[in-house]
Design a protein around this ligand. Structure first.
Ligand code: MN
Ligand code: MN
Length: 309
């Protein structure tokens, strides 16, 4: 490809948006195989885990994704239908999804859905002790739908409207908004220096517990701080989508979710063409098609302009 054409291709937000969505699904499918394992066990079983083979504690089919991708698709569908994040519509969509016996669901997500069913209220109360990663893992559709919104406050409102259906916690909010800003920066074509000294620095200034430079973290739990630490370590210490994802999932722990979040950030940053073909071809085809369609539609959405009653 000629240099000028290459540059245009790389700056194309659509290519980056699709890369982010397929990156999320690939990271989820790759990581799910080793979810909850310690790195030593992964090493004993696989050497380096780098193939989408299914299995894991959920007994997945090769290429099957989990709640991280499926809740993103449900959320994205709701945003497209309403033209914006509408908390009641999101809560109802999550509730409908839960009815169909999902292969996996987090305990905080389940509690939020049950709360909605009993109260009709699409927000849970603030919970200072429960900073799980479940709102952050599904945030990509919000990032794509709000790309280009000039007012940061409206982006935050959109993020919290979906997050608080199940997770209402300042650390979860801050990390989720940081991931949205990292995706926006990636779509714009920012380099890693800008991302590190922009959204990531802002997060660390507000909540120093996210500091990720001091210890090499393995076996991250579902606690958003540990999740973000391994995602940031993997993203900033590698130079390709493939290396970033291999780095993060081989740390084990909540590997489908760290894979999903690293996958959306790295997929956006490096673009669709950086995702290894062997991973894309192993991914569940219906899911891959849905991710691509949604990425295009969410990016094209005029956010906040109602599209249906
Ligand atoms: Mn999962
Ligand atoms: Mn998980």
């Amino acid at each position: 490809m000629a240099a000028a054409a290459q540059e245009r291709y790389e700056a194309c937000p659509e290519n980056k948006a699709i890369g982010a969505y397929l990156g999320l699904a690939v990271g989820d499918a790759l990581g799910a195989t080793v979810e909850f394992m310690p790195p030593a066990k992964i090493k004993a079983l696989y050497g380096v885990h780098e193939s989408i083979t299914g299995g894991g504690w959920l007994g997945l089919k090769p290429g099957q994704v989990t709640d991280d991708t499926l809740m993103s698709l449900v959320l994205g569908e709701s945003i497209l239908k309403k033209g914006a994040v509408d908390a009641s519509a999101v809560a109802q969509s999550f509730s409908d999804w839960f009815v169909n016996n999902p292969v996996d669901i987090g305990k905080t997500v389940k509690r939020g859905i049950i709360h909605y069913r009993y109260s009709g209220t699409p927000y849970v109360a603030e919970n200072s002790s429960d900073a799980g990663n479940g709102a952050c893992m599904r945030t990509l559709p919000v990032a794509l739908a709000t790309y280009g919104l000039s007012d940061e406050i409206n982006v935050k409102i959109a993020s919290r409207d979906q997050a608080h259906v199940t997770h209402n916690n300042p650390l979860s909010d801050a990390a989720t908004e940081c991931v949205i800003q990292m995706i926006h920066a990636g779509l714009t074509g920012c380099d890693k220096y800008d991302i590190k000294h922009g959204p990531v620095k802002q997060l660390l200034n507000r909540f120093p517990e996210f500091n990720y430079f001091e210890i090499h973290r393995e076996m991250p739990s579902g606690y958003i701080v540990e999740t973000m630490q391994v995602v940031l370590q993997a993203f900033f210490t590698t130079d390709s989508f493939e290396d970033c994802l291999i780095n993060v999932v081989n740390r084990g722990g909540d590997a489908d979710t760290t894979g999903a979040i690293a996958g959306m950030i790295a997929g956006c940053y490096y673009g669709l063409e950086a995702i290894p073909a062997r991973w894309l071809s192993q991914l569940d085809h219906a899911v891959a098609d849905a991710c691509e369609l949604q990425a295009r539609a969410l990016l094209a959405l005029e956010y906040g302009k109602a599209v249906s009653a």
